[in-house]
Design a protein around this ligand. Structure first.
Ligand code: DC
Length: 222
């Protein structure tokens, strides 16, 4: 049986940075499930589909083929054969992913793929519903969070380093809006699983968070 580590939490908590580092240290596969919802969102955006219409979205789900591949140790996401790993990283795509991930048919498709990947290999998987829905029997579940202010500040610094000129107040508002959307949807809302360990990274560095999770994983694997 495979060893599964589920890392859930709100946008900007550092899940992907931490999950990637944990997977490297343990030699596990890393699966960024948000990238899958983002690739679907990019498809809806490219096709100018009305994302308010659940019927429209449901009818187009089978036209979008999402695939994950590991290239040079990094996860790449493909949409109908094209590598869209960079193009899915915009705020616009993130908001559409958040909005359309509330549709049950969309989630069913993504969850089935995620469970198939984790069935036969050791994984670190991050998202919103990994510990609660996708991998309810994961041997280690982490709920990684940080305050809205800290998450906004981190995102701000990231954008500045990319040469952009972001507005901190706007980022804070976007993060709060996305939290609200992800936590209050009817299907698989973001919440801490009962058996998940809460890690608040507001006052922790990335290496500290990674060390903590790797330590917990090693204890449970022993
Ligand atoms: O983690 P992220 O910001 O890349 O995710 C984008 C959106 O996708 C997020 O706002 C909600 C949705 N999502 C989800 O509903 N379930 C997951 N397991 C991962 C992401």
């Amino acid at each position: 049986m495979s060893f599964q580590i589920a890392i859930d939490g709100p946008a900007g908590a550092g899940k992907s940075t931490v999950a990637r580092a944990v997977s490297e240290e343990l030699g596990f596969i890393y699966v960024d499930t948000g990238a899958m919802y983002r690739a679907m969102a990019l498809y809806f955006l490219n096709r100018h589909l009305n994302t308010d219409s659940e019927d429209t979205i449901n009818a187009s789900l089978d036209d979008a083929c999402i695939a994950l591949r590991i290239i040079d140790g990094n996860q790449h996401v493909f949409l109908n054969g094209r590598d869209v790993s960079a193009r899915i990283r915009t705020e616009e795509v993130g908001m559409i992913a958040s909005k359309t991930s509330k549709y049950p048919e969309n989630r069913r498709k993504m969850v089935a793929m995620q469970q198939e990947i984790a069935r036969s290999q050791n994984v670190v998987m991050d998202g919103r519903d990994i510990g609660t829905v996708v991998l309810p029997d994961a041997q280690l579940k982490i709920y990684l969070t940080a305050s809205v202010q800290v998450r906004a500040e981190r995102r701000y610094q990231e954008l500045v380093q990319r040469g952009e000129n972001p507005d901190l107040a706007e980022i804070e508002q976007d993060i709060a809006a996305r939290d609200d959307q992800d936590m209050h949807r009817a299907v698989a809302p973001l919440r801490q699983a009962e058996d998940a360990i809460l890690v608040d990274s507001s006052a922790m560095t990335v290496p500290e968070v990674v060390r903590k999770i790797v330590g917990l994983a090693r204890e449970r694997m022993a």
